[in-house]
Design a protein around this ligand. Structure first.
Ligand SMILES: [Zn+2]
Length: 107
């Protein structure tokens, strides 16, 4: 008995199991076409999740920038440092997501 990845949820399952014990995906009756459709749906969902994360990262970046000077904050203030930190996190996160999207598209 070998362990394989479920085509639907990618969790480890037995290759003898007729259906996935995690998500209930019926492996026995799935055709190659079903598996391909499932795989492209998963790719699409992953891409959507990455794009949502990118959007969130941009929002954090912009919000961080806005709060850096909002309400007469001076450089060195706690709010300024926190806002700067948020802007940097947002910027780096966005960059990481761009790389992940590029890698995901290449597959
Ligand atoms: Zn599964």
């Amino acid at each position: 008995m070998a362990i394989t990845a479920c085509p639907s949820c990618k969790k480890p399952i037995s290759d003898k199991a007729p259906s996935c014990s995690h998500c209930g995906f019926n492996i026995g009756s799935a055709t190659a076409e079903d598996l391909e459709r499932k795989a492209s749906l998963l790719r699409f969902q992953k891409m959507q999740a990455l794009q949502n994360q990118s959007l969130l990262a941009i929002l954090i970046f912009v919000a961080g920038f806005g709060f850096m000077y909002w309400g007469g904050v001076q450089p060195g203030d706690l709010q300024h440092n926190l806002a700067l930190g948020a802007a940097i996190v947002g910027f780096v996160w966005y960059g990481v997501n761009r790389v992940r999207i590029t890698l995901a598209k290449r597959k």
